[in-house]
Design a protein around this ligand. Structure first.
Ligand code: HEC
Ligand code: HEC
Length: 299
């Protein structure tokens, strides 16, 4: 009996040791990648000034999700707080916070490269969606960021939990967008704003984070298993290929589907898409029509 207990003790001890080593390895490997630094330089676009530029910049910040993560007043916002995954806040971009210390080039490098002034990769700042932002959109964003009143807000420090680190190491959570961006790529030519598929492709980078690079939907990377799958936006089976443009507009403005049901606005950000202009919605519709049909979740 005593011998059996001693064996059991050893087995439990070994399991605990293996767990401690595994968690230690996950922390060490992820910390190593977070500690890498990047040297980036970006030209600052010609300055845009005046109320029209500020208003356009506010619109771009709304539809691109900047306000969603950095707060409606850009004073910073904790958008995820989960002990296992992460606690992350979009920085305070006003002159009362980090924004006051950033040069225009620093802000451009944050947007395009997800890199901080000291070369540190910014956590979860989705530059994969913003790398191709046009010069004029970037200039308008700068005009807007510089125009907002100073906000004093204490944000809790960012931290990444064990599950967040494991998801990151297994490629399921884009924690360091700086690793995924080409820091030397020249800016692609700017599509002229208009109801065209080319302009729709430019805007749709903001949908791809959830609907997938091929827009076929499926599980959204890094979200809990109880989240609904993002919908298939291609003309494939289960997709929105047979929706009219009017039905597509209604969905983005109200969340109502053609069959009378509604999307869950907690997951599909209608608060953001309802601000898309008529031209932007037409451009998105035109672009989604050009996609090859894919089955749901086939990315
Ligand atoms: C998914 C959420 C998210 C979105 C969307 C987002 N950000 Fe961020 N951003 C962050 C987080 C989180 C940080 C801080 C990361 C860190 O400190 O490691 C950050 C950092 C920054 C910084 C750097 C601050 C510093 O101290 O160096 C700037 C500038 C910035 N974001 C601007 C923008 C702009 C402009 C947009 C829209 C085009 C935007 N962000 C969209 C999450 C987001
Ligand atoms: C934060 C993640 C997220 C972003 C960003 C996002 N979506 Fe969605 N979307 C979802 C989810 C999740 C659903 C499914 C919601 C449900 O079933 O209740 C959805 C549903 C939809 C639907 C309904 C389709 C159907 O068959 O029911 C359309 C259309 C749509 N999204 C278009 C877009 C477009 C266009 C964009 C970019 C402008 C976009 N979404 C950005 C998460 C997102």
């Amino acid at each position: 009996m005593r011998k059996a207990l001693r064996w059991l003790g050893r087995v439990v001890g070994l399991i605990v040791l293996a767990l401690v080593l595994a968690v230690g390895a996950v922390y060490a490997l992820s910390a190593h990648r977070m500690a890498r630094t990047y040297e980036v330089h970006r030209p600052v676009p010609p300055e845009a000034t005046g109320p029209a530029a500020v208003e356009r910049g506010h619109h771009v910040a709304t539809i691109r999700g900047c306000n969603d993560c950095h707060g409606a007043d850009l004073g910073g916002r904790t958008f995820i707080d989960d002990p296992l995954i992460a606690r992350l806040s979009g920085a305070n971009l006003t002159s009362g916070g980090a924004g006051g210390k950033l040069s225009d080039e620093d802000i451009v490098c944050a947007i395009r490269d997800a890199v901080a002034p000291d070369g540190r990769p910014l956590l979860f700042m989705p530059s994969t969606e913003f790398g191709h932002l046009s010069e004029s959109d970037t200039a308008d964003l700068l005009a807007y960021i510089r125009s907002v009143p100073a906000v004093q807000r204490a944000l809790p420090p960012n931290r990444v939990g064990p599950l967040g680190r494991l998801l990151f190491l297994t490629g399921k959570l884009p924690l360091l967008p700086a690793e995924l961006v080409d820091h030397t790529a020249a800016l692609p030519s700017e599509p002229a704003p208009g109801p065209t598929a080319a302009y729709g492709a430019y805007l749709a980078s903001s949908c791809a984070g959830c609907h997938g690079a091929g827009f076929s939907g499926g599980h959204i990377p890094g979200t809990p298993p109880d989240w609904p799958d993002a919908a298939n936006l291609t003309p494939g089976p289960g997709g929105i290929g047979d929706w009219s443009e009017a039905q597509f507009v209604t969905l983005l403005r109200t969340g109502h589907r053609p069959d009378g049901s509604s999307v869950d606005t907690k997951y599909m950000p209608i608060a953001l898409t309802r601000h898309l202009t008529d031209v932007e919605v037409s451009a998105l519709y035109a672009y989604l029509r050009t996609l090859p049909a894919r089955a749901s979740g086939q990315h």
